[in-house]
Structures are given as C-alpha cells and as structure tokens.
Design a protein around this ligand. Structure first.
Ligand code: AKG
Ligand code: FE2
Length: 348
C-alpha cells in the first residue's frame, strides 16, 4: 500500500465507517403528477411530500422528473472522456484564483484535500460576480467558462445539461415555495440573472478509503442543489434525528435534491441545509454531476417576511449572496487556516 499525502487524511472523528448505514433512506418522490395537466390543487399531496422531506431530511430523491435520459447519459460520457485525459491536457483549462471555472484537482473542504477532480462551469456565460469578498469593494467581474479542446462535444453537452437542470430547478423551487405556504412563483424573481453553476465530479479509486473522503463534510451554500450520480454510490447524508451518516443508495435515473443555506435562511430554519460528504471506493471510480441553483449575485438573502412574525422573529440578518459566494470560492482553493464563511455568522 503506497503512502498517501497527509493533506488528504481526515481527522479520526471524520474518517468514514466503511460498513454503511442504509437503514432508513432519504425520501423518494415521484414527480409524475407535474407532467400531467394537473391544477395546483391536485398537487397538494406532492407538495406535502416535498415539505416533509425538506423539513425532516433536507434531502430527497426524485424520479419521473422528465429530464431526457439522453442528456443525462451524454454528460456522463463526456465526463468520462475528459477525466481520462492526461493531467497535462486537463490542466490546460485549470481554474485558479482569478477564474474559478474549469478543471481542478486540489480542492479543499474544511482545509483537508478532497480525493476528487472537478470541472466547473456556469449556466450563464459570462456570469457576473463581485471581484472580491471584501464588503466595501463594489467592483464586479465576469466569469467566463473555459472549454477544453477534447472531447469536442463537452461544451455542448455541458450547456445542454445546465439548461435542463435549470428547468428542473424551477419546478422544484415552485414546489418548495408552495410547501412553505407561499405563492408558487414567490422565489422565482431571485433567480433572474442567476449565478448557478454545475460541476463534473470524478472520484478516482483510492487505496485508503477509510482515511480520506472524496469530498469532506459540508453544506451547500446555494438555494437548491440537484445532483445526478452514477451507480457506484458514495454520497452520505447526516441524518437530522441522530447525526448518523446515511448512505444514499443510487437509484437509476433519479436526481438527488437538497436544500442549501439560502433556503435555510429564507425559510427561517424551517428547512435546514444538511451536511453531506462523499466516500471513495477502493476499486471503482465514481462520477456525479451537481447543479447548484443560486440567486443573482446582487441578492440580499434574509428570512422571507411572510414567514416571520413576533413569535417567530427573523433568525438571520441579511447577507449578500455574491459576497458569500466570492468568499467561499477563495477558501476552497487556498488553505486560509480558518473556517470558511457559514450562514451562522449572520445569525441574530
Ligand atoms: O458527489 C456527490 O455525490 C456530492 C457532491 C456534492 O455534495 C457537492 O459537489 O457539493
Ligand atoms: Fe454538496
């Protein structure tokens, strides 16, 4: 067994148990009622299911979501081709401190290296974000996707995937709004010129799966994450009732959906953004394709006024999404020796 760079080794309390807990899985929700000509009233049991899943787990899987299977298969095919290239070739589209889009294999989560390589791209091209996380700095910058030369169809497959995922994201956003007792389109306006991005994740096999993580424990910063994974498995979700790590069993053609920090703040903690992590496999490589549905950079995120009152006052002060995102990006690339920005920093 070869040596492993200590930068990858998790502290003992965060090392994964390889005997996985599959007992009670995250809810599996059938979205087919959305595909027929149902009125909003007919959707009430679906809305209740979504609300319960958001409240009890923060995570659920959806089936019959209507995304063409061709699009899902295509993204996996191009990801396999891209990550199979030499490091040298992949590094031609490396991301760095200036451009956070493209290829990267030295990502940190909570200052520990992740056993994975990624390729990031935004839905809007260019995307606009603040030039720096500093609150006084009003300068904006444009992020431009970097597309590799090979495989040549990667750009088209990624653009198609992000566009399809955005459609799914609006459907889920509307169901979540209804589940909070809000008008269906109450949250849609925050996503005009949205800052959403998608990622190709590749987790290579690892000879010390008990010591490292493909992706360390974290919460997603955006509003809603939708993820397609292959059949290998590795994602674990921290169960709210007892803090146990629960394995998310791959379900063919399903998407995994989770609420992020922005939704937690909007809902004033009714829906919590739940910690999750990814284990690696000693024999198999794994691929996953998340889409992070995130508001426009100029959005001030705060508890929705309809959801607060004198018995349930706002638990957070407003924060700017663009600045939060810029801050996170910086700490994912560099070990700054401190904890990265979290929503609890804005707790009242
Ligand atoms: O690969 C996975 O299953 C999860 C990825 C994830 O949580 C993330 O990229 O934020
Ligand atoms: Fe995540």
């Amino acid at each position: 067994m070869g040596e492993v760079d200590p930068a990858f080794i998790q502290a003992i309390e965060h090392q994964p148990k390889l005997d996985i807990t599959e007992a009670e899985g995250i809810p599996l929700i059938d979205l087919s009622p959305l595909n027929s000509s149902n009125t909003d009233a007919d959707l009430s049991s679906l809305v209740t299911e979504i609300g319960d899943a958001c409240k009890n787990w923060g995570f659920f899987q959806v089936i019959n979501h209507g995304m063409p299977s061709k699009c899902r298969e295509r993204i996996e095919l191009v990801a396999r081709k891209f990550f199979a290239l030499s490091k040298e070739e992949k590094k031609k589209v490396s991301k760095d401190e200036v451009n956070p889009l493209g290829y990267y294999d030295t990502e940190l989560t909570k200052n520990v290296r992740d056993w994975r390589e990624v390729f990031d791209f935004t839905l809007m091209n260019p995307a606009i974000i603040p030039a720096s996380p500093e609150p006084e700095d009003k300068e904006l910058k444009q992020l431009i996707n970097q597309w590799p030369e090979y495989p040549p169809e990667l750009r088209d497959a990624c653009e198609e995937y992000a566009a399809e995922m955005e459609k799914q994201a609006y459907k889920l956003l509307e169901l979540i709004a209804l589940s909070l007792g809000l008008p269906k389109t109450r949250l849609n306006g925050f996503f005009r010129d949205n800052n959403s991005y998608a990622r190709l994740n590749h987790y290579p096999p690892c000879h010390v799966p008990h010591l490292v993580l493909g992706l360390g424990r974290h919460k997603d910063g955006g509003a809603v994450t939708i993820l397609a994974q292959d059949d290998v498995g590795g994602l674990e979700v921290k169960r709210k009732t007892d803090g146990e790590w629960i394995f998310v069993k791959p379900t063919p053609n399903a998407f995994i959906v989770n609420v992020g920090d922005v939704m937690q703040v909007w809902s004033n903690d009714k829906y919590e953004s739940v910690e999750h992590r990814v284990m690696v496999n000693s024999e198999k490589e794994r691929f996953s394709f998340p889409f992070f549905f995130s508001p426009a950079h100029s959005t001030w995120v705060e508890p929705l006024e309809e959801l607060i009152n004198k018995d349930n006052p706002a638990k957070y002060k407003a924060y700017n999404w663009g600045k939060f995102y810029a801050n996170r990006r910086r700490s994912n690339i560099k070990n700054l020796g401190v904890e990265n920005i979290q929503i609890y920093h804005f707790r009242i």
